[in-house]
Design a protein around this ligand. Structure first.
Ligand SMILES: Nc1ncnc2c1ncn2[C@@H]1O[C@H](COP(=O)(O)OP(=O)(O)O)[C@@H](O)[C@H]1O
Ligand SMILES: [Mg+2]
Length: 365
């Protein structure tokens, strides 16, 4: 029988590991304090953010471990995010913790579908999420969330600045370049004008506190993409491709663009990897070839996040304004998309952990 005191509890906690970092809670300095009285143990944790995919598991593991030795005791666990210093562009989107760009070399590969489902999956897990549709060539997020034709609420500040409020759907705050720009306008627009629209989206939309802001970028690697990726403090980028050799050349260009602007690539997602018929879910038809995504991620030394099949439910979910990951009847795609989302969250946590390890160097001139 162990004696109930702080040392005993700390020793028990030393067996619990952070699942992404593979280090114990002590090693990642996660235990802020442990308070014990006769009736209860209260533990305050500070974990590397984003914590939505792991906090519950860690809490469960702790409760389980303590209950082995002190059955029946009340255990309260409070979890908060560790502060991660933000180095670049402090003043842009200061209330947003993690900005993730979803990018692709070319259109039609499922970039918006992935962005929509990623945002919905994160919100489903309890995160506060925004989704910014910056695809000037084909803003499709309003369709995918069933909010086409919705207007952003706006107000004017005393000094005459116009502020817009994102449209909220399924717990996701949505703003689209499509809300502020006429259709077909993109083709005739030049860089500086577009830059103006993006500045509006960055400065004048009241996102509020967000754990994640997902950007659906315009496809390609031209000036617009370069400007956008340089202007905002991106936490990382996710690149979407199909398995076809023909789309891989574009992916390589995307990867080198992000490397050039020093944005971390969280990984490559291969979409439309194979077709799964709903009446024969055990079948896989490799319509667009095989293995392209994994190949390109290996040769560029970026993580491979997984394969997303082509399914009828995904297409109809997109068209009907209800992302497939939210559909409780879809067993094929939902689990795959949630697991890819969890891999993206892990990649961010690993990145944030290493940012905390590096001393911040202050240069005074
Ligand atoms: N995994 C998938 N299964 C079925 N349909 C898909 C899948 N991914 C994308 N689609 C469909 O393909 C079309 C193009 O996808 P979209 O996400 O709009 O591509 P992008 O944003 O790259 O142009 C859409 O109609 C979408 O519903
Ligand atoms: Mg799109």
């Amino acid at each position: 029988m162990k004696e109930l005191n702080q040392d005993t509890i700390l020793a028990l906690l030393s067996d619990i590991k952070d699942p992404d970092l593979h280090l114990s809670l002590q090693e990642v300095n996660a235990i802020h304090s442990v308070i014990i009285n006769d009736a209860a143990i209260t533990i305050y944790l500070e974990l590397i953010p984003p914590i939505h995919w792991i906090a519950k598991d860690i809490e469960q593991a702790i409760k389980h471990k303590i209950a082995e030795y002190f059955p029946g005791i009340e255990i309260n666990i409070f979890v908060k995010d560790k502060e991660i210093p933000r180095i670049s562009n402090q003043h842009i989107l200061p209330t947003v913790k993690h900005l993730i760009a979803v990018s692709s070399g070319k259109g039609g590969v499922g970039k918006s579908t992935i962005a929509a489902n990623l945002a919905a999956a994160l919100a489903q897990r309890g995160a506060s999420v925004g989704l910014l549709d910056a695809d000037i060539y084909g803003p499709s997020i309003p369709t995918m969330f069933g909010v086409t034709g919705h207007q952003m609420e706006a107000e004017k500040t005393e000094d005459g600045k116009l502020l817009g409020y994102p449209v909220v759907q399924y717990g996701v705050k949505i703003a689209s370049i499509g809300f502020v720009m006429e259709q077909n306008q993109a083709a005739i627009m030049r860089g500086p004008m577009l830059a103006g629209y993006f500045t509006t989206l960055m400065d004048q939309i009241m996102w509020g506190d967000l754990d994640f802001l997902i950007f659906d970028l315009p496809p390609g690697t031209g000036d617009i993409q370069l400007t956008l990726t340089q202007r905002v403090p991106l936490s990382g980028a996710v690149i979407v491709t199909t398995p076809q050799e023909i789309s891989l050349a574009d992916v390589r260009r995307s990867i080198s663009m992000f490397k050039k602007v020093q944005v971390d690539i969280l990984g490559v997602i291969e979409n439309m990897s194979y077709f799964v018929p709903e009446d024969m879910p055990e079948k896989k038809y490799h319509i667009f070839g095989e293995g392209g995504g994994e190949k390109v991620s290996k040769e560029s030394d970026v993580p491979f996040l997984g394969q997303v099949p082509l399914t009828l439910g995904t297409r109809s979910g997109g068209d009907d304004g209800y992302p497939v990951v939210l559909n409780p009847d879809d067993f094929i795609q939902g689990d795959i998309l949630r697991s890819i989302t969890s891999s993206i969250v892990s990649a961010l946590r690993i990145k944030n952990h290493s940012a905390l390890q590096k001393p911040l160097i202050q240069i005074t001139l």
